[in-house]
Design a protein around this ligand. Structure first.
Ligand code: HEC
Length: 171
């Protein structure tokens, strides 16, 4: 089964397939959750049931979203940051991260994404989006005592603007 979605205002994508399966994906995650509801005509006819399912699925998808930063961290950043390889600020090292956290979420995320000395751009994974990278930065900053929130659209715009500015300056 493919993963075709119709985007809703909530930023969540839900598609009601004709066989009664509900496909749900999240903007920031590649994860695609597939749920099957009973395909009997009675079930499909009950709008209320569908509404409840979608509400429930939205909750599930929201909690799946929260894991994204940690997932990106585990698959990509932990390679260096878990042990402090090559001078990387070690995860949970409050002293090393304290200075970085003070730079601010927009600055730190944008600079890290573009690469800093031995820190490869995008953590060395070319396909990593800014949102995914930002999530991993939040995860590491919070491990060192920050209380950062997942970057919202407004913040992502600022991060992107700074990434663009840095890229221009390097040329
Ligand atoms: C190949 C090793 C490596 C990987 C993989 C890696 N980092 Fe780093 N990272 C470093 C090193 C080394 C530094 C320290 C750079 C310096 O200051 O010289 C660093 C620094 C940083 C900084 C601080 C940047 C600054 O402004 O000083 C951030 C933020 C960061 N990394 C985030 C991440 C995230 C998020 C990931 C995963 C998506 C990641 N890193 C993956 C090696 C790595």
């Amino acid at each position: 089964m493919g993963c075709a979605h119709a985007q809703t205002n909530a930023g969540l994508r839900a598609t009601l397939l004709n066989k009664g399966a509900i496909l749900l994906g999240c903007g920031k995650s590649y994860a695609c959750i597939v749920f099957r509801t009973k395909s009997s005509p009675q079930t499909r006819g009950m709008t209320m049931n569908k509404t409840i399912s979608i509400l429930l699925l939205t909750l599930i998808a929201t909690s799946a979203l929260a894991a994204t930063g940690e997932e990106t961290y585990n698959t990509t950043c932990a390679n260096c940051h878990a042990k402090g390889l090559a001078g990387a600020p070690q995860t949970g090292d409050k002293k090393a991260w304290g200075k970085l956290i003070k730079e601010g979420q927009v600055e730190l995320t944008a600079d890290g994404y573009g690469g800093v000395r031995a820190m490869p751009a995008k953590g060395g994974r070319a396909e990593l989006t800014v949102a995914e990278f930002a999530g991993a930065v939040v995860f590491m900053a919070n491990k060192a005592g920050a209380n950062w929130q997942e970057a919202d659209d407004t913040m992502l715009k600022k991060i992107n603007a700074r990434i663009e500015k840095r890229a221009q300056a390097k040329k």
